[in-house]
Every structure is written in structure tokens, then in C-alpha cells.
Design a protein around this ligand. Sequence first.
Ligand code: ZN
Length: 387
Amino acid sequence: MAAELSRLFGRVDELKPRMMETWANLVNRDCGSRNKAGVDAVGRDVRAFLEGIVFRVRFHEYEKAGNLLIAERGDTTKPFVVLIGHLDTVFADGQAAERPFTEKDGVVTGPGCLDMKGGVTILLYAMKVLHESGWDRFPVKVILAGDEEAGHANSTAVDDMRAEARGALCGFNFETSFVDDSVVLWRKGVATFRFDVQGIGAHVGNNPKGGRSAITELCAKVADINALTDYDEGSTLNVGVIAGGTVPNACAEKAWCLVDLRTKSKPGYDRVYRGLQEIARKTYVDGTKTTLSTLFNFPAMEKLDSSMRLFEKVNAIAVANGFPRMTAKGVGGGSDSSSLTQEGVPTVCALGVKGEFNHTVREYALRDSLFERTKLLIAILTELELG
Ligand SMILES: [Zn+2]
């Protein structure tokens, strides 16, 4: 290991108590996606930290969602490195007080400790140590979303992140990491759709031919929706919720269902979406009318060859500096890395603290992975050759 790098790692060791304090402060406050005030307050604290190490910080502000923090260092009109994450959690208000940040025998618990307050802490302290050392190999842009766990349903954050990431050299996401040292190079996209069928109600005893059954129409459509699944393409659909009608002796005037879609690629998503529109248009029971709405759409983090090459370089740096060898994998759940890969930015995701059970009260993170991953990021930014 280079003498300079070993000096920087020593600095991380010195900062350990402060890193734990920052991690705890981030966990010990309610900032679920629905608590905009809470998320924005955390954003202001992170802003203060980053301004202290000469980042220029601004926000994309949203009325109904946590703001998106953008912090830049160096000349970001030139190709830059993106460090990305999110400030919100899935947890309801009151959780921070109920089960605050706790560390016992190297295991950390508390709402969002793993997903992803640890990752935010890694990012902040790696940049602090690099800043103190006079590092300026690349311009850096930090992107921290305030509504990731809500799938950005009430903001334009996806478009804003894509615009901010455009032209980047590469991206690293400090999302939830894994105890087996795997990192994520692709993720399935997730979308939720709703079909609403409007029929014509009628008493089935007095007027058996007068109705137009929304239920009959919707059931025919369910078979068509299922038929859009294509395992080879990596696109799967599930009609997970269905309801309609009011009483057995009335022809159902209304019926609706919720559909979950997982896709591996934009072309896959586009094919399925066109199919769903076609299903909404097509009528089995004359006189019924169907509307299709998108409730949630988190695009896939696409598998890029350039992400694999970036991962191989990162892995070589990790091994050369005494860190565990990592493996690359794909997972079913989404992250904001999709905004980077959609812009063609090679991206390694899940470089945060290691642990298990995110999004549940069983969530835990391994304390020492905070220091290990901070050092790894410092090594990456010190040794990575791009181009
Ligand atoms: Zn997360």
C-alpha cells in the first residue's frame, strides 16, 4: 500500500468516534419518506458538513417530498465522479425514539442504520479525509435523494437525478450492503399499475340483461395481463390485488386490480407498458370502459458492460489494499442507481455498510464495515484510473 494511503487510513482510525457520532445523529431522528420536514432537516445538517469541506451545496425543492441534495466539489463542468444515496427511511415517526441507535459487540441497530445512514456517513467522512489531504483527482458530485423509499412518486427527483448525473465518469452508490461482500451491478425495475373498470350496474333478478359486468371484463383482462410475463426478457407481472362489485344480486358496476411489474431493461418495460395500454383499450364486455394508471415506477438499474469493468477495477483496488474480495450480483429491489445507468454512467451499487434485514425492525449493520468501506472509498478515489 502507498504511504499516502496508509496515512489516510490512519486518519479514518482517528475519526472513528466522530464517525459513530455522525451515524448515530443520522439514525436518531425521524425521517421517513412521508416526513418531509424530518428529511429536509437531515438534508440541512448534511449540507453544513459538506460546506465545511468546500462543497457547493444546493437543493432541488419539492412540495410533497423530501428535497434532493446536490453537492459539488471541483469543476463539475468537466467529467466528474458521482457519489449517490438517500436521506429518507421507510420508518414511521416515533421509531427513532422507540429504538434509537445502539451499538453492542460491533452490531449497530436503529431505524435506517443499514439503509442507509451508514452509507451517508461513509460518503461524508471519505470526502472529509480526502479534502484534508488536498485530494483533487476528480471533480465530485454528491446526489442525495429525500424520497427514494417512496419511489419518488411525489417529486421530479428521477428526472432531476438523471440530469445531474449526465456526463459523469462513473458512479458509486452507498446503499445497503451485504455481509457476504457482494455488491450490486444491476437491479430489476419495479412498477405498480392500477386498472379501473367501469361497467353498468343492474338488478340481476329484474333486469338480467341490463347490466355490463365490470368483474367479467376485468377477469378477462387478468389473463391478458399475466400473458405479458416473459421470463427470458426478465419481465414478470403479478395481479396481486383485485376487487369489485357490491352484492351478489347486482351486476358489478366497478372492478379494479393492482399489478406489480418487475423488469430488467427499458425495452422490456416499454413492451409491457404498451401491452397494458392495449389491454386497457380492448373491450370484452361491450359498454364497459377501462382506465390504466401508473401508481409507482422505479426503472431498472441496467446491467452495463462498463459497470462490470468499473467493478473489476474497484475490486482490484480493494484486494490490493487488504480488503475482502467482492462479488457482483443483481437483485430484485430498486435503487437510484437506475438514474445513473439510464444515463449510461458505469455504476457500482451497494457500497454502504454491511448488514441484513433492511426495511424491518430486525435491521442491523456491522460497525466495522463503516470504517472498512470509508477506507475503500478513499482508496478507490485515490487509485482509480478512468478512461
Ligand atoms: Zn436504501
